[in-house]
Design a protein around this ligand. Structure first.
Ligand code: OXT
Ligand code: ADP
Ligand code: MG
Length: 587
């Protein structure tokens, strides 16, 4: 910065010859195709949001930073470009940090930009306004953390942030913006010159020829093969290549929850409805953008059959993922598209085709499970149970495949995952690797903003409570989001009792029959309070048809759910507890 620029007064300024930190940051983001910021305003970034809007960016302001952050991370998942969340210092930063940590855990690219207090005061711990050493706090939760001390470094810092977020295994990146830097004035030409357009930030990574040959050798030995497709594959957007690999190999495939729809759930090779069988009985498993973590019982235990009965081929962008839980016989390090393409080419004339008997066994199990399920979906019990309500939503989603599905809760999540068929890639956004509650409204906003499509958010009443105030955000931006709250009056179930016999309600129950629909009405949206499958159908169809922000409050039998949905086995217990509280055995 030249000294005459630094000494300028407002009346001397010709905005065509000088710029500042605010505008350079906006220019740097726009230059790199980032045109949306998910934000909560306040000192020192209030004006940054205003100027970004003035400069043609979409700035979506939330009521709480966590949801702005979740929205940014979901934008990253859907677009392969880092979603940007902007917050104020200390408390706002910490609110956003949860979302950035969640993005890193889910391998989604996101940049958290937080304003921060005066460096000199923070470093001497002299008690500045919202003082906190944010850079140090952020580091354990992201791939990279950078501080921007000078306006002239903005171009490089934004370039580094973008590359860190999307290259290799994607994740969260933190950019610390001391307030003083934003106001720093700089010559406009020099400023423009300092900006960096990132070229090829996430280059394709092809697997080596030897690695492909090794994988083919393993595939040739397979008698009961399986492909597990994860959200890393959905993120990769190589939808056609994935489909070709699955269909050319003829292998049954099991989609992890957010990989549903890359190939339709109704595809003849889909083994979602034969999950236990394929995990247990398969002998060769190709993992494609899916980690062998808790969601797959770490690849061990009785779910996976006899120890040593499997060989794994794993496709992943991150070499360190290999052997993390079980031995990987054939690691394929690279992006899903390149690895799948390499396998397709190398498979030619290798006689790779699964034995008919295996396919028949898988199909028989899937058909039996689907038949059992379809009977349960057609009931008219009052109060409604999960199956009846989800049967309605299943039909609607089948008829309207361009609608995106957001889903969270416990029973609401687990049953919707199995029941609602999807047919488009990246059609489903859910609680992800951490099973986090409260992602719903941020995800719904991002899904609507990034795709321009209708969104159906199927929410447990507890899950919705984590983010419910964002219905105001949905109304304010008039987004085509229909929220269905599965209102069973509580966490898992609404019929719990205080085991001490006191007047306080049980720890897992809520106010009975709460009118969540009125929250939506309070902000000008449409509310509906439904008690039967027919009423539910009518309300959701009306919402999706009109595109108006709508909340359908669906009364669900408080006794219909299971403790923790499908993962009750993860709750710790003890013989002492079981002996003291006989009720513990019955939930
Ligand atoms: O093969 P088998 O025979 O085994 O059958 C399987 C499939 O083959 C079959 N299937 C089908 N059959 C027929 N047709 C079709 N189409 C079909 N598809 C599949 O069905 C079975 C089951 O299949 P599935 O589901 O694929 O398999 P499974 O065994 O379940 O898979 C295992 C998992 C682990 C992969 C799967 O269960 C999974 O992905 N689970 C994710 C679980 C998860 O993340 N849960 C959320 C967290 S729970 C808890 O932590 C909650 N909290 C605490 C809390 C959290 N999380 N976060 C924060 C910030 N604070 C606190 C809270 C507060 S949940 C919660 C709130 C809950 O209350 P709500 O009111 O919101 O919700 P309700 O419960 O509704 O009240
Ligand atoms: P799921 O929960 O669906 O099983 P995970 O989040 O556990 O999926 O796994 C996603 C995996 O995908 C991560 O190990 C990540 O490194 C990997 N991944 C992310 N992007 C790509 C990509 N473009 N190509 C290959 N692997 C990827
Ligand atoms: Mg509930």
């Amino acid at each position: 910065m030249s000294s005459n620029v630094a000494a300028m007064k407002t009346q001397d300024v010709d905005p065509s010859t000088v710029t500042d930190g605010f505008h350079l940051l906006i220019d740097a983001l726009k230059l790199n195709g980032i045109n949306t910021i998910y934000n909560v305003p306040g000192i020192p970034i209030t004006d940054l949001g205003r100027y970004a809007q003035a400069q043609g960016m979409r700035v979506i302001s939330f009521r709480h930073e966590q949801h702005a952050g979740y929205a940014a991370s979901v934008a990253g998942f859907l677009t392969k470009k880092p979603g940007v969340c902007m917050t104020v210092s200390a408390p706002g930063f910490l609110n956003g940090l949860t979302a950035m940590a969640n993005a890193t855990t889910n391998c989604w690219p996101m940049i958290l930009i937080s304003g921060s207090s005066e460096r000199e005061i923070v470093d001497l711990a002299q008690g500045d306004y919202e003082e906190m050493d944010q850079l140090a706090m952020a580091r354990p939760f992201c791939k990279a953390a950078y501080r921007l001390n000078y306006a002239q470094d903005i171009g490089i810092a934004v370039a580094r942030a973008i590359r860190s977020a999307v290259s290799g295994r994607p994740g969260g990146v933190y950019l610390d913006i001391p307030g003083a830097m934003l106001g720093e004035v700089m010559d406009a030409v020099e400023g423009q010159r300092s900006l960096v357009k990132v070229i090829d930030p996430a280059p394709r990574a092809r697997p080596s020829r030897e690695a492909v040959a090794r994988a083919i050798d393993v595939m040739k030995q397979a008698e009961r093969p399986l492909i597990v497709i994860g959200k890393g594959a959905a993120y990769d957007q190589s939808d056609e290549v994935i489909r070709e690999l699955v269909e050319k190999s003829g292998y049954p495939f099991l989609p992890m929850s957010m990989a549903k729809g890359i190939l339709p759930d109704t595809h003849p090779q889909c083994a979602a409805a034969a999950r236990s069988l394929v995990l247990k009985e398969s002998d060769v498993v190709i993992m494609m953008g899916a980690r062998i973590n808790w969601l797959l019982s770490h690849g061990k235990g009785k779910q996976w059959g006899e120890p040593g009965s499997k060989k794994f081929i794993q496709i992943d962008i991150d070499p360190e993922e290999m052997d993390s839980n079980v031995e990987i016989a054939a690691p394929l390090v690279g992006d899903v598209g390149s690895c799948a393409q390499a396998l397709i080419e190398a498979m030619e004339d290798q006689g790779i085709a699964p034995p008919e008997a295996w396919l028949e066994q898988v199909n028989a199990k899937a058909t039996a499970n689907m038949e059992k399920m379809s009977v349960r979906l057609r009931n008219n019990n009052i109060p409604m149970d999960y199956h009846a309500a989800l049967g309605v939503l299943k039909d609607i989603m089948t008829d309207q495949p361009d609608t995106l599905l957001v889903n969270e809760g416990a029973n609401t999540l687990d049953l919707a995952r199995s029941i609602i068929n999807l047919s488009k890639p990246r059609q489903r956004i859910d609680v992800g690797t951490w099973g986090v509650m409260g992602i719903g409204m941020g995800a719904a906003v991002a899904a609507a903003i990034e795709t321009g499509k209708r969104v159906l958010a199927v929410e447990g009443d507890s899950a919705f409570g984590f983010c419910g105030m964002e219905v105001e955000t949905i109304c304010r931006y008039d987004l085509p989001v229909c929220i269905v709250v599965f209102n069973n009056n509580g966490i898992y179930r609404g019929d719990g009792e205080n085991w001490g016999g006191g007047d306080d309600p049980a720890t897992t129950v809520f106010v009975k029959d709460a009118r969540y629909d009125m929250m939506m009405e309070a902000f000008g949206g449409v509310g509906a309070w439904v008690k039967t499958p027919d009423e539910l159908r009518e309300a959701v169809l009306k919402a999706l048809d009109s595109g108006k922000p709508t909340l359908v409050n669906a009364l669900i039998d408080p006794a219909a759910g299971k403790e923790s949905g499908n993962i009750g086995n993860l709750n710790p217990t003890s013989v002492v507890a079981q002996a003291r509280y006989p009720q513990a055995k019955t939930i």
